[in-house]
Ligand binder design. Structure first.
Ligand SMILES: *Cc1c(COP(=O)(O)O)cnc(C)c1O
Length: 397
């Protein structure tokens, strides 16, 4: 079966929520993918910051195989070994004391929203998030998302979400009312164009929370788990949240998400207040345990930081060489965006399309920047190869 045959079969049966490329991917290894026609791709999207250890990482694959042969699922009314080991690793290596497990980023954010509300008590339910943010597609997560294009057609959205203009702490403070219970933000906005929050801005948000008795929730679904060169992005910014959500890279491709918080705040979610049938599933948790162990091993984060510096230099050279198309680089670690000029933005989708044709997967984030999110195990040779492909396309524009 060819790509085209698969695409025809898929397009005949799926609800059209995705604009899919005409390729059926059949195999992955490290930073490489292959499609049904045998074409090879360099994957600099990694399932959008999911396959951070690369496709089919042998240690993770072995853990999945082993767990699948022992126990695949029981109700969360019982304990399982992988889920406990995972929670212990998360607690040991973060600000948090307690963990709730779900299956995705949106679910982790739903749990955080519910926790913020129940902890703050009756009448304190409003959450302030930022314009340009992305928090997921369930109704509450989409209401928290500060991009109107994701709301259109789905109103009325759940109440209690307001959005502050990005970048100015005063804009947030102006929205604080007696109903406010929390401020929710990503330490670096991924979906809306790889936009980092400056340290001073994040610190000002922390100060606002302390001054007004609000909870600070960091959505580290995309930035967490080594993506920005530290286990969690907020560590390098020196600002600690009260609640943090994780998902994407946690299971290196298996669906798992987590909501982390402190002992005191966690005490508000008592038995019966929240639950998930599949959350922290033994197979997904077994994969996540190996993901964390691998990332926590000596030298792993240093190598991410090294590759980040290398990649940033390369992309800065591209911006310098093609000033009519690109203006510079932003992001942290291996969550990088090449910012485009107006002319570059016009060509953004075409550039991504031509990269795809040339065997490299990237995307156009927020209709503003070319986003590069390779597996964290990417080699300098693979970075060189992708930059070369990009330059060839820029040459022809
Ligand atoms: C991807 C993402 C989500 C949503 O995660 P899903 O697993 O798709 O529900 C939420 N927040 C951020 C910052 C994300 O990047």
């Amino acid at each position: 079966m060819s790509n085209q045959e698969w695409a025809e079969r898929g397009n005949a049966v799926f609800i059209g929520t995705y604009n899919r490329y005409p390729a059926a991917l059949v195999k992955g290894s490290g930073c490489k993918l292959w499609d049904a026609d045998g074409k090879e791709y360099l994957d600099f999207l990694a399932g959008i910051a999911v396959c951070s250890l690369g496709h089919c990482h042998p240690v993770v694959t072995e853990a999945i195989r082993k767990q699948a042969g022992e126990l695949v699922h029981v109700s969360n009314l019982y304990h399982t070994k992988p889920q406990i080991e995972l929670a212990e690793l998360l607690v040991k290596n973060s600000f948090a004391d307690r963990v709730f497990m779900g299956n995705s980023g949106a679910e982790a954010n739903e749990a955080a929203i519910k926790l913020a509300r129940i902890h703050s008590g009756p009448g304190k339910y409003e959450i302030i998030s930022l314009s340009g943010s992305f928090h997921g597609r369930t109704l509450a997560a989409v209401a928290a998302t500060g991009q109107p294009k994701f709301h259109q057609g789905f109103e009325p959205l759940p109440q209690g979400f307001v959005h502050a203009e990005f970048g100015d702490p005063k804009a947030i403070e102006a929205l604080i009312t007696p109903q406010t219970c929390a401020i929710l933000c990503e330490p670096l906005q991924g979906e809306s164009g790889v936009r980092p929050l400056e340290t001073e801005y994040l610190q000002a948000i922390r100060d606002l929370c302390d001054k007004h008795g609000l909870l600070l929730i960091f959505d580290e679904v995309q930035t967490g788990l080594g993506r920005t060169g530290t286990l969690f992005c907020h560590e390098q910014l020196g600002v600690t949240p009260d609640i943090m959500t994780l998902a994407k890279a946690l299971g290196n491709g298996l669906p798992i998400g987590a909501m982390l918080t402190t002992e005191t705040i966690a005490a508000s979610l008592v038995a019966g207040t929240h639950a998930s049938t599949f959350g922290g599933n033994p197979v997904a948790a077994a994969a996540a345990v190996e993901v964390l162990k691998t990332m926590l091993a000596d030298g792993f984060m240093e190598s991410v930081q090294e590759k980040s510096r290398y990649f940033i230099k390369k992309l800065e050279a591209v911006a310098a060489q093609y000033p009519h198309l690109a203006t510079g680089v932003r992001g942290r670690g291996l969550l990088l965006g090449l910012m485009l000029t107006e002319k570059g933005i016009e060509q953004g989708l075409a550039i991504v399309q031509r990269m795809f044709e040339d065997g490299a997967l990237i995307n156009f984030a927020g209709n503003k920047v070319l986003r590069f999110v390779p597996p964290l195990i990417v080699s300098t040779e693979e970075i060189d190869a992708v930059v070369e492909k990009l330059c060839r396309i820029f040459d022809s524009l």
